[in-house]
Ligand binder design. Sequence first.
Ligand code: PGA
Length: 260
Amino acid sequence: MPAKSNSVKNKKIIIANWKMNPSSSKEAEALFKTLLKNLDRTKASVVICPPSIYLERLYKISKKIPLGLQNIYFGGEGASTGEISGNMAKNSGAKFVILGHSERRAMGEDSDTISKKIKTALYVGLTPILCIGEKIRDESHEHFSVIKAQLEGALAGVTKSYVPEIIIAYEPVWAIGNQAMREARPEEFREVAIFIKKTLSDKFGIDSAGKVKIIYGGSVHPKNVSSFITDGGVEGFLVGRDSLNAKKFIEIINLTDSLS
Ligand code: PGA
C-alpha cells in the first residue's frame, strides 16, 4: 500500500461530521464560507466532512479547510450502484473519510466491510477516521470487549506501518446525538483511550500504537471541550450537531486552541 499522510500528527484535530445535513448546497456553501472567514489562524487542524454530494463544490470554493467524506465503497470503480469509490473521493478533493460510524453500523455495516474500507482508504491515500464505541455501559465492563472486537475487526489485515495513518474516534453510542442517555465523562474517555493504545500495541507494537491519534465524539459542545482536553487528554474531537452551528463550532475550535 502506498504511504500517504495528511500531516496532522502533532496538532489537535477537530472534525465536523455534518451527517445528512444541510438540505441544500446553498446552505452548505454558506456554512462553509462562514467557517472559512473565521478559521484563518487556528492552531488545530480542522476538517469538514459534508455529504458527498457537496464535497467537490466546497473544494472548489477553498482548499484551506481539508475535507472528508462520511463513507466510501470498498472496491474499485465498476458495477456498484449508488456507491462512491476511494479514488472518486480522493479525486473530488477528499483527504479524510469517516468509517465505521455507529449510524452506519446500525444500517448493517459489519467489521469485515469496515476493514475493507479502511484498507481501500489507506490504499488511495485517504486518512481513515475509524469510529468505535459501545452501545451501552453496564457494571460488567463489557464495553472493553466490544471496543477490542471493533478495533481488531476493523484493522484486520492492516500492515503495522499504516496504523499511525489512522485516526481513531471513540464515540460511545449512548452519548451521541439527541437521544444520548447522558454525556460521557473525560475520565471515561481517558480510560478507553489507554485501553485502545494497549490493544493496538499488543497487535501492532508500541511504536505504531504510540503514533495513533485518539479523539472523542459524542455530544461535544463548547461547555465540555475544555474538560475533555484537560482531564481527558483528548487529541481532538469529532463533532456532530454543533458542527452545523458555525458559532458553536468556532467556539469549540477556539477553546481547543486556547488550551493547546
Ligand atoms: P453529536 O454526533 O455530536 O451530534 O453527538 C457525533 C457523531 O455522531 O459523530
